[in-house]
Design a protein around this ligand. Sequence first.
Ligand SMILES: [Zn+2]
Length: 155
Amino acid sequence: MRVEAPPVLPGCDGEATGSGLNGQVPQSELCDLWDGHPPIRADAAVAFARMNEAYSARFGESICITDGYRSYAQQVAAKAAKPTLTATPGRSNHGWGLAVDICADGYAGERWDWLKAHGPEYGWDNPEWAREGGSGPYEPWHWEFTAAVAQIDDH
Ligand SMILES: [Zn+2]
């Protein structure tokens, strides 16, 4: 009898078609992460959950995140609250469900070192523009599912 490994993210098949518009991604494309956290696109969510398994084994707790997918209306509200640190509505990778913001204790010390070292193995990284000396605002908390973001940037 074959025993199947438990899914890394129960209820999420990891399949995303890329349908929808920025800030208008259909629910069917999104998956919830662990308790109470905002959903992100299914493929990004499964990769993030795999990274979280390794992170949890190392630190004894899940990656703490504050933000995931933002609808267009939520991006408008975020822009109003933090105008200099928030992308124009329709332009944010949060609107594609391909970005998360990490809690403050996750982008310092050994947690930061771990994420920087291992995130890219799972397709997740703090993008170049968000780094110190990068081309955009310095946002160490902002992480993206880079391969999928690159596909969007191409068109
Ligand atoms: Zn962000």
